[in-house]
Design a protein around this ligand. Structure first.
Ligand SMILES: [Zn+2]
Length: 262
C-alpha cells in the first residue's frame, strides 16, 4: 500500500507557457498543474504535452481523483482526452470526475463522447458554486472576462487555502473574489493595454497588492513575459509590493507546507 501524505499540499507545474507562440513552439511546456492536496490528486488545465510532462515526472494519472478545466482554450484542454483515458486506465476502471464550464462540454465538447462513460461523473462549473473532490473543496467565485466561459478557483485543503486566477482581462471583481495564502496568477503579457483578454504585469501587481497573499506565483507566460525573464519580473514585483512573488518554472514543485511558504 502506498502511503498517502495527508498533511502535504504540493503543486507541480507541468508547464508555464501561455497563449499561442510559447505553446505552439513549446518555448515552454504547457501541461498544466498537478495538485497533490492532502492525499488527493487533481489535474488542472491539461494543455498540450500534459501526458508527456506528467509521465516524465512519474506522476500516476490513475491516482487522479479529478481533472478540472478553467476553460476550453487549447492551452488548457488539449490533453484532456488522453488524461481521462489515463486516469481511468483506458476505461477499465470507471473512475474520477471531470469539472469544466458548460461551453467546454456542449455541442463542441472538448471531450469525446465515448470517454465520458469512463468517468464517475462530469460536473459543470458555474459562477459562485462550490465543489468537492475527496477531502478537498473548491469554489469558482466569478466568471472571468475571456472569449470563452472561464473560471478561476479557490481551493481549500485541510491545511491551506489558495487561489488560481486563470485567464482573464483585468477587472476589479478579480480582487474582490480571490484570496488565500497563495495566489497563482496567469500573467501572459508584460505590458498592459493590449486588446487580448489576458492579464499583464501591472494587473498582477494590482491584484497582489490588493489581496496580499503570503506568496504569489506567476505562470502562463507569453513571449513578452518570457523575453523579460519572468524571474526578474517576479523580483521586481516583490520589491514593489513587499510580498514574495516567484515565477513558476517548468517542473517546479511548490510545497505549501514548507516553512516560509504558508
Ligand atoms: Zn484562454
Amino acid at each position: 500500500m502506498e502511503e498517502k501524505n495527508l498533511s502535504s499540499d504540493t503543486i507541480t507545474f507541468l508547464g508555464t507557457a501561455g497563449a499561442r507562440i510559447t505553446v505552439t513552439n513549446q518555448v515552454l511546456a504547457s501541461g498544466g498543474m498537478w495538485l497533490s492536496l492532502s492525499g488527493t490528486e487533481i489535474l488542472l488545465d491539461p494543455g498540450p504535452g500534459c501526458i508527456v510532462q506528467s509521465t516524465k515526472r512519474k506522476l500516476k494519472a490513475d491516482k487522479l481523483s479529478a481533472i478540472i478545466l478553467s476553460h476550453r482554450h487549447l492551452d488548457h484542454s488539449a490533453d484532456v482526452n488522453i488524461m481521462v483515458e489515463a486516469m481511468t486506465r483506458g476505461g477499465f476502471k470507471q473512475h474520477g470526475k471531470l469539472f469544466a464550464p458548460a461551453d467546454a462540454l456542449g455541442n463542441e465538447s472538448v471531450i469525446f463522447s465515448y470517454l465520458k462513460g469512463y468517468l464517475k461523473g462530469i460536473e459543470v462549473l458555474q459562477e459562485s458554486k462550490a465543489y468537492s473532490v475527496g477531502n478537498i473543496s473548491f469554489t469558482t467565485p466569478i466568471r472571468h472576462i475571456h472569449p470563452v466561459e472561464t473560471y478561476g478557483m479557490i481551493f481549500t485543503t485541510p491545511e491551506h487555502t489558495f487561489s488560481y486566477i486563470a485567464d482573464s482581462r483585468y477587472f476589479d471583481g478579480l480582487c474582490r473574489s480571490y484570496g488565500g495564502e497563495l495566489l497563482i496568477i496567469n500573467v501572459v503579457r508584460l505590458k498592459a493595454g493590449h486588446p487580448f483578454d489576458h492579464l499583464a504585469v501591472p494587473d498582477a501587481k494590482n491584484i497582489i497588492a490588493e489581496l496580499k497573499p503570503k506568496v504569489a506565483i506567476l505562470t502562463h507566460f507569453g513571449m513578452t513575459m518570457w523575453r523579460a525573464k519572468p524571474w526578474e519580473v517576479a523580483e521586481g514585483l516583490s520589491e514593489e509590493t513587499g510580498i514574495r512573488v516567484i515565477a513558476a518554472r517548468d517542473g517546479m514543485k511548490f510545497d505549501l507546507s514548507q516553512p516560509g511558504n504558508a
